[in-house]
Write a protein that binds this ligand. Sequence first.
Ligand SMILES: *Cc1c(COP(=O)(O)O)cnc(C)c1O
Length: 479
Amino acid sequence: MDDRDGARPGLDEYREALSLAADEALRFLETLPEQPVRSKGADEAAMRFGGPLPEEGDGATAAVRRLLDDGMEAVVRSAGPRFFHFVIGGSTPASVAADWLASSLDQNAGGWVATPLGARLEAVALSWLKQLFGLPDSWGGVLTTGATMANFVGLACARRWWAQQHGVDLDEQGFVGLPTVPVFSGGYIHPSSTKAMAMLGIGRSRVRAFSADDSGRLDVEALQHALRDLGGQPSIIVANAGEVNAGHFDPIAAVADLAEEHGAWLHVDGAFGLFASVSPRTSHLVDGITRAHSVIADGHKWLNVPYESGFTFVRDVSLMAPVFNVVAAYLPRVDDPRPNFMNLGPESSRRARSLPVWATLQAYGRRGVREIVEQNLDLAQRVARRVDEAPDLERLAEVPLNIVSFRYRPPDVSEELLDDLNRRLGEAVLEDGRVFVGTTVYRGKVAFRPAFVNWMSTADDADLLIEVVRELGARLKTG
Ligand SMILES: *Cc1c(COP(=O)(O)O)cnc(C)c1O
């Protein structure tokens, strides 16, 4: 560590490196809306990092400068208003500032003893989130790194409950002597839920997904038959509130009816769709959600806080600690009345990710979150209208939330050529960099699926998306 003027070791180094980082971060954020989402030289810039491990380091400021010099060209401006690929949010000013503090304060949010601040703010953030989403305050909860781990936590509790029905404490004894776990879903199930099944030893291919058609829409009747066939055996149902291709929902209340009738655990993946509950325009989409046993959502998507941020809520809080507790003489006791989140989720040492979540809720409140969601709902409807008006675009699905499924379809191009044309167009849009949106396959057709999740996106950004697709499409078609 640098100690040039005999002051506290490292102090000048902190000052210089943090000021540089703050200045450059601000410059990045100031120019975010105008800069291309992706620089043409991004791949080459990323590859300039490497070489052998330095024997002698060159100090904090030089390292940060190097990071900026080569790094800024290699970033994708997914934090900005014209990134519509995947389902990616930006970060609000309050959440970025609080996230910097989480790093500077370097709190270990595993337990109250290590950080009353981090532990308390996690409890408060979870309570506020339950109020935001209309979930009962009696439910347990934990902050996770994202929706994949949030699904893992909810489904781990489901697995524990399922084994209890067979008289086994699975988290102590393992699967010995137990049958396979029956898991049901619809075609909307997200691959992170099946990944969680793999991590939980349940097995990816144990999931039986009942689709009514090629969109993946849940076949409620088939689910009902499968539950009946179990003859009262316990099972797990994964319902999906918001699928990634068109933002569609399973009928949660109808699934909850079936879960209650057949004694199944109902887990709801609402990574972004749970935010439908914050607007009266969309809250009907999650009707019945409070009848679930576990519900999850992401923070780093529609809440617009930095990575890594997700939440799990579990109706029966007593299931969480027996799955996740870590027992040692030097660690917080499991019966400590103060919150020790290392006993409720997968990580033991953990970042104080409550700080950005708490800060954004404190700064903008329920109304601020609702405004972000409704602004994005408006943009999705706007783009849907633009698609419908354009003679060379075709919308492929209803738009209940924030995703618009459509494709480029000029009248003089035959159906057999459309998939290839749209695939190439998707690549051209990404290469162009003015807006960012890739393609998927929806109902057997190559399609665009822009998702509106960023708090900064405007009508101009949405219009530019349509312009770019049509402009590059016309060029590809003739070229
Ligand atoms: C994004 C997403 C996930 C996975 O979330 P991560 O935060 O990337 O782990 C799970 N389910 C749905 C529906 C999603 O959209």
